[in-house]
Design a protein around this ligand. Structure first.
Ligand SMILES: *Cc1c(COP(=O)(O)O)cnc(C)c1O
Length: 453
């Protein structure tokens, strides 16, 4: 694997340009001991070898996607100044860039008005959404599907709000009948719809949830941390398309630029449809600096200090890859989705493997064929290890029997969970590399799986 370093020369040029902004100041320079620095850096490089090869197409496991070079460079460029987007005094340019980048995300979902900002990730974005939800619906339940991210239950605990998980259908989406039964108790204040669950990439039926909202009147939050950007692709199934198409009708939305938005970690985004929720963040901190009447991002964020670099990197990425349908960013996401569809078809057609429901995004759930839940679980782990030994990196995931029972009717359900394999085909290159990935899997499968004729 070759790490991209060509673009590094641009960093020097850009730093020279940036430096020009401060040339009225008396000369001042930070001294470094290059020899000492070199020693430590080499030590770091050596330590960092102990990682799975996330940027390589043979990494087809967990949700890990390399940031684009433009994000990496813009991030690095900006930390020579190291702006803090807590307040305008801490970073004028990067705060403006944050507002622009966040507005571009809101526009991607067709929002006409918004209040929002970047944060450290999906957990923080969802925390802010549920905190606001709790302020507006005090004491009422937060509900999310059994396959929603576990963070919702934990956040509810932190906020002291009751939480209840809702049953899923056989495709890992929130079950509307079960949801309605819960809504009839009138204890529910907020429903979380997941557009792209973390385990399977399943898309909750948002049109149906909105119908229930018209009837029962709850606050609706969309957790699109993983899936949000898929609204731009042209190869969704009709149900997922319909769900993404009504994301302009939710009250709040979380999306993670550090998952599918080509950003380094530390970049989540929370959006509220009604800017008036900003009033809930009101505080009277004597520490907050006021340099102008303009809104400080720190006034509408639970986190205080935040990296301006994240905003700069995201802004730069949007310049190169505008968030539009039919653009090259959308094409890249669409390729990953196509890779998942093709991979799913190949697995389904091969008697050595078991699949369940087709992927709604770019995550494929599958397993080596076995006669019982315990055998499948054991084989999945063996396959995971054997593939890794051949440099092909998958991930394992555990599901409750209830989710897969409808699909795997002829196996012995001798335990309550089953371990499967999970492949997030997040990189556009996964499509081009699918034959080579399959070749390795084929070899590994012939060693691990022994079907009884
Ligand atoms: C990843 C994820 C989260 C948590 O986000 P972090 O960025 O890891 O904090 C929440 N919800 C969903 C659906 C996710 O995929």
């Amino acid at each position: 694997m070759t790490l991209e370093t060509e673009s590094l020369t641009l960093l020097r040029d850009a730093l020279a340009e940036l430096e020009g902004g401060f040339d009225t100041l008396p000369e001042f320079k930070t001294e470094v001991d290059l020899e000492a620095l070199r020693g430590v850096l080499m030590e770091v490089a050596t330590r960092m070898k102990d990682n799975f090869p996330y940027p390589h197409p043979f990494y087809a496991g967990q949700m890990l996607k390399p940031p684009h070079p433009v994000a990496r460079l813009a991030y690095a460029l900006s930390i020579w100044i190291n702006p803090n987007n807590h307040a305008l005094d801490g970073g004028r340019a990067s705060s403006a860039m944050e507002k622009e980048a966040v507005a571009e995300i809101a526009a991607m979902f067709g929002w006409k008005a918004h209040l929002g900002h970047l944060c450290s990730g999906g957990t923080m974005a969802n925390l802010e959404a549920l905190w606001v939800a709790g302020r507006l619906k005090p004491g009422k339940k937060i509900v999310a599907s059994q396959q929603a991210h576990y963070t919702h239950q934990r956040i509810s605990e932190v906020l002291g709000l009751p939480f209840q998980a809702v049953l899923c259908d056989s495709r890992a989406r929130i079950d509307l009948t079960a949801l309605e039964a819960l809504l009839q108790t009138s204890e529910v204040g907020t429903v979380v719809a997941t557009l792209g669950t973390t385990a399977t990439g399943s898309v909750d039926p948002l049109p149906g949830i909105l119908e229930l909202q018209a009837k029962y009147g709850f606050r609706l939050h969309a957790d699109a941390a993983y899936g949000g950007y898929f609204t731009l692709v042209d190869n969704l199934d009709s149900e997922a398309r319909a769900a993404f198409d009504c994301l302009d009708r939710v009250d709040s939305l979380a999306i993670d630029p550090h998952k599918h938005g080509l950003q380094p970690y530390g970049c989540g985004c929370i959006l509220f449809q009604d800017p008036a929720v900003g009033a809930l963040y009101k505080h009277n901190s004597p520490y907050t600096y006021f340099s102008s009447a303009e809104l400080h991002l720190g006034e509408i964020s639970l986190e205080c200090s935040r990296p301006g670099a994240s905003a700069v990197a995201l802004w730069a990425t949007h310049r190169l890859f505008p968030l539009v349908r039919g653009g090259s960013f959308a094409a890249g996401l669409g390729k990953g989705r196509q890779a998942a569809l093709t991979f799913f078809e190949r697995l389904s057609a091969d008697p050595r493997f078991m699949t369940a429901f087709p992927p709604q995004l770019d995550i494929v759930i599958w397993a080596p064929r076995g006669e019982s839940a315990s055998a499948i679980s054991r084989l999945s782990r063996e396959m995971f290890e054997a593939a890794a030994a051949e440099n092909l990196h998958l991930a394992v995931v555990s599901f409750p029997a209830s989710l897969l029972r409808a699909w795997w009717t002829d196996i012995d359900w001798d335990q309550e969970t089953v371990t499967c394999l999970r492949s997030c085909l997040m990189k556009p290159e996964h499509l081009d590399w699918l034959d080579r990935i399959w070749q390795v899997l084929d070899g590994v499968a012939s060693k691990v799986i022994h079907l009884t004729p």
